[in-house]
Design a protein around this ligand. Sequence first.
Ligand code: GLC
Length: 469
Amino acid sequence: MIESQVQAAIDQFEIKTEKLNEIVDFFVSEAAKGLAEDKPRTMPMIPTFVTKIPTGKEKGLFLAADLGGSNFRVCSVHLNGDSTHTMKQMKWAVPHEMMVGNADQFWKYLAERTHEFLDNYHLEEKNDHKDKDQKLSMGFTFSFPVHQTGINRGTLIRWTKGYDIKDAVGTDVCVAYQDALDAHGIPVHVASMVNDTVGCLLTRSYETGSNSQTVIGAILGTGSNAAYSDRIIRILKLDQYSEETKKQIEGKKVMIVNTEWGSFDNDLKILPNTQVDKEVNLETPNRDFHMFEKRVSGMFLGEIVRRTLEHLYSAKAIFTEAEIAKDSKFYSVWSNDSSFLSIVRADASNDLKDVGAQLAKLGVPQTTMEERKAVAALSHAIGLRSARLMASVLAGLLKKTRSFEKFDIVDIGVDGAVIEYYPHFEDMIREALREIDAIGPEKEKRITIGLSQDGSGIGGALSAAMTTH
Ligand code: GLC
């Protein structure tokens, strides 16, 4: 029997069907607001200036740089023109002091890593292009909210996912990266800039070719977000953009929109808001923003579990026999990785030994079977809440785009560690989709969900390819 206080902690993460439906409808109206006007607290719904979707036939060698979470990656992607590709890449963990330091230092760091990659894999091409006007073409996958004014122009709205380089906010990130590359004499032209969700959508479209219609690219990793394609006439706020900006899209019909749904319902009109959700928000540099993301994504799930356990322990509702050291991870903010939830969910042993091992790593040396069961139930509840919230915004986007009226099969490309590694995550999303009025069991069967691994790398290259094709 799970102790009643623990059960109450678990129950607060439950999201009933009725709530799912409310979220769907609220999402649809918030999305419309975001497309009509830019306001600081509404969902950004960012026009990306990507006006084409790959067909699978794109060809050539393109570079991609990818800054998304804690890693920076540079790759070269060879698109074979038949939905396949080959890739070379190097990856670095961005030092924490860079993530919260100053902009000049940061862009210099990225340029130096880019140089390192070229010297390692493309020395010949680098030297070849050095004296020519024709530089190597690169797509920059930059996975933060950027107010774009062109395919390779855009100012940073705010940082998310723990980054906090204050003097970069409001500056053009594409220009800053290009300037740093130029200062190092690196013959690379940043031809395009895309969000990882856009990369995901492009990659999935390239890989499935004309076989299916990918309508959404969604990420659930360190952060969470989605991109989809909309008719340009529906993106009302484009009207307020400068004439010069508007010229770039003359004659075009559709454009990919980066929703930045991490910032859906920043005012918490409808999302659940537990005591622990409130505390987690206070620990983040982007306080009171990206409130949806803070309930679903990898950066937060482990911390939500840890904090809930800390509260239960201090209320003497769990681990009553355990001696937990004050300097252990158990008491330390952000110390519990979200892999905790995936490992706990996957533990099928009789004595829940992996749950015990995860707790020991956190600093709870000994646990009873009852406690391990309670922790597993709590961790599942937090994972399930994430999946159900994801289902409701996906359903909102499908409803908004009227996808089921347009296509027989509605395809969603997904990427990110939570969706990839949390066992049965897709099943949990599907179950919620069946409960939602706007989808239901019939339409749910018409949805395909496919992992578009490495959409950030391939998608970056594809976006560069499409500027030349
Ligand atoms: C955060 C970023 C967004 C990105 C997402 C997934 O929400 O703001 O741009 O797409 O994380 O990486």
